[in-house]
Design a protein around this ligand. Structure first.
Ligand SMILES: [Ca+2]
Ligand SMILES: [Ca+2]
Length: 389
């Protein structure tokens, strides 16, 4: 049984971390052991699906545990969060309809912060928190999770910056419809996972679909959208650094959307800072926004489809008439410029079908002479230094 434990509360509003807009600390710790003679038998962790308990403690085991918990005489306050475990607090009904709170960590581990009266975990339900914890000497009360003693909780407010971008890829653009074709989707050629995990981009993001029918019906191709901090250079070296990037989909109407078909949300851009955005495609010339935006909760919109002055640098968009601008096709070796070496890449395999190839400049799933034609008219086009990182 518990030998000696003390309780205090401490609430302190402060801002100590860029990500912590609001910090609310409740700090508790044991000063001695607890429930040394607990006879509860733990249940194995079998799954970590949010809110879904595959096995629960029932009957006498749970009641026995609760008897021990409710006998806690005291807890004691501690102030500083020294560790940085991050997780989301969820709640679920335990047996007999009682609410039960648990934390799923970044690593997918399920932790059980069940505790004594006086701490209202419902305040944190659904929120991302930073927390310290200790492994106590007792086991989880009602689930397959690992019991923990929470020693500090800090609420984290994520600075979500929604971004909606519009652009056309020259190779796929159809003058007759004013939209892009999507042969790669309809011919079942698109890869299920984002294709930017190559040396040029080295992007290790896990954006992917489980099956082909999950692609939005108007998907044209994968793109990579990057937020850059700093001041870009028109010539010479790059002046910005990548702050955050995400793989996305470009649609027939030019919209760049997340895999769920909604505008992208950047979550690592502290509010009030300035960012330029770069749109990258695997065989078109990458483009950078002509100006920066200030990160905020408001939707930031970039539209590269109507004027070349929307992209930073010297004519980085191609004016094809009728008030339409498109991204240049022909960067077949992904080095940020369109030049002879791109022709050389095309020439290595100038004829193939049903292919997701870098040299398929018009994105129809076939590599042939018409793709070389796109390169030919654009063949002396230098990209922006900041887009070559
Ligand atoms: Ca090139
Ligand atoms: Ca082609």
């Amino acid at each position: 049984m518990a030998s000696f434990i003390s309780l205090e509360y401490y609430c302190n509003m402060k801002s100590t971390h860029p990500l912590l807009i609001l910090t609310f600390c409740i700090c508790i710790s044991y000063i001695s052991g607890f429930a040394q003679n607990n006879s509860y038998t733990p249940v194995e962790i079998q799954n970590s699906i949010h809110g879904q308990f595959l096995e629960q403690l029932t009957g006498s085991d749970r009641e026995k545990y609760l008897e021990n918990i409710e006998s806690l005489p005291e807890l004691r306050l501690m102030l500083d969060c020294e560790q940085a475990n991050i997780g989301v607090i969820f709640f679920q009904n335990c047996d007999n309809g009682q609410e039960f709170f648990f934390i799923e960590t970044e690593d997918g581990e399920i932790l059980d912060p069940y505790f004594d009266d006086g701490i209202d975990f419902s305040y944190y339900s659904g929120q991302l928190v930073m927390f310290d914890y200790e492994i106590p000497t007792f086991d989880s009360p009602c689930s397959f999770s690992t019991a923990i003693t929470i020693t500090c909780i800090e609420e984290i407010v994520i600075p979500v910056t929604p971004v909606l971008m519009n652009a056309f890829l020259e190779g796929a653009y159809d003058m007759a419809t004013g939209k892009m074709t999507n042969h790669l989707l309809t011919d079942n050629i698109l890869p299920l996972a984002q294709p930017f995990n190559t040396p040029t981009y080295n992007y290790a993001g896990e954006e992917a679909f489980a099956s082909y029918d999950e692609f939005p019906e108007n998907t044209v191709d994968w793109v990579l959208l990057e937020a850059h901090s700093g001041t870009p250079e028109i010539e010479g070296g790059d002046g910005t650094t990548i702050a955050e990037r995400q793989a996305a989909l470009i649609m027939k109407n030019g919209q760049v959307l997340g895999l769920d078909g909604t505008p992208l949300q950047f979550k690592n851009l502290p509010y009030g800072e300035s960012y330029y955005f770069i749109l990258r495609h695997r065989n078109h010339l990458d483009i950078m926004s002509a100006w920066s935006i200030t990160s905020s909760a408001s939707l930031s919109v970039f539209n590269f489809t109507f004027s070349d002055d929307q992209a930073l640098g010297n004519l980085q968009l191609k004016d094809i008439g009728n008030g339409t601008t498109v991204m240049f096709s022909g960067d077949y070796n992904q080095d940020g410029d369109i030049q002879v070496s791109d022709f050389d890449a095309w020439k290595l395999n100038p004829a193939s079908i049903d292919t997701y190839s870098l040299t398929d400049g018009n994105l129809d799933g076939v590599t042939q002479v018409t793709d070389m034609d796109f390169w030919f008219v654009n063949r002396a086009k230098l990209g922006l230094p900041d887009a070559k990182q």
